[in-house]
Design a protein around this ligand. Sequence first.
Ligand code: RBF
Ligand code: MG
Length: 412
Amino acid sequence: MYVRRLKDVLIYTPQHSELYLKLETTMPLVSCVILDLDGTLLNTDDIVNDVLNVFMGKYGKKWDGSGSHIIAGKGPLEAAGDIIQDYELACTPEELISEITPLFSDRWCNIKALPGANRLIKHMNDHGVPLALASNSSRSSVNTKISYHQGWRESFSVIIGGDEVRMVKPSPEIFLEAARRMNVEASRCLVIEDSLPGVTAGKAAGMAVVAVPSLPKQSHLYNSADEIVNSLLDLQPEKWGLPPFQDWIEGTLPIEPWYIGGPVIKGYGRGSKFLGIPTANLSTEGYSTTLSEHPSGVYFGWAGLLTRGVYKMVMSIGWNPYFNNTEKTIEPWLLHDFDGDFYGEELRLAIVGYIRPETNFPTLERLKEKIHEDGKIAEKALDLPMYMHLKSAPYLTDSSQLNEHHTSPIHH
Ligand code: RBF
Ligand code: MG
């Protein structure tokens, strides 16, 4: 039982330009899924960064998150050792761990599931696809973390922590042990992983591996994965012989609505000039958490301009690979002809669905075409009752709805 599929391979030429190749590979159909926890199902990055920042403060140093790649996917001891070496700290890995453990203890309950995590777990459960959880974190820390997420504990037929195997990822041991306990061959397992050590471990175990890189702009490092997806929302289980998701509607995926707003700012000024697509960019100030919680990609929903009304909207959150931006931006395109611009006006957004990941395009023309296609998809989908009803969310038109509550759902 094999599926033939095209694998995207990204190669960096000596001139640092990107070259995509399609290779035909044959992959075995899988029958079960092994999931990583930190960075794959749970948004642990922000909390780890916060805690390390507090800890570093004691040593008169600063952890700004740019060191995240040093520790991603590593076991606690190894990660601690690397931090100590990199930041020239005068302590042992054991001391570092025992100092930061209490800093984590009241934070476990605040770790959010990553977008698509609950959907994936429920989907596999509903279809009787066995799930395992294999994490480099200790078993007790895994247990604590998942205890705050309803239904997770019961969803996994196997759970293994890094302290329950001799060698943690990148050793294949933890995945092989998961397969053994599920009583399936390694080649029939699909591993989903956010980190490089995890991807390496999965391939070394002879498994199919989908990478969901949690650090931006790192995907070129994940060449050994069988597929790289931008977020769990983009996973296509049918590529691996698993049941497909059935919740896409007219090219859109409904999401838990979220809300942001603020004055319209000037963007890079390319929208109208190059593309004929005037986006009403929002300042990302104060939204770093919101932005880190939502994968880059194309979303849609309703846009309220307090003095004018509510309009259909399609937007991009992202790094704009075509322009190689260094900052994540929010760029809503209001699907309506306005006279003049609206810089400085208060803009309120209700984001109700997802369309696609952000991608690179060979030409500006192709990017433009795609954005117009996104606009058509959003325009049509927003007439569906499930999306339409959010047009009347008070947040969109009511200036007394405080902006600081932007991320909590505002019901009507
Ligand atoms: N930029 C990209 O580089 N890749 C994309 O896939 C992409 N999709 C977009 C989708 C929509 C609906 C919008 C409004 C913009 C998108 N952009 C994308 C961003 C576009 O490059 C940006 O608006 C211009 O750079 C203006 O700043
Ligand atoms: Mg991970």
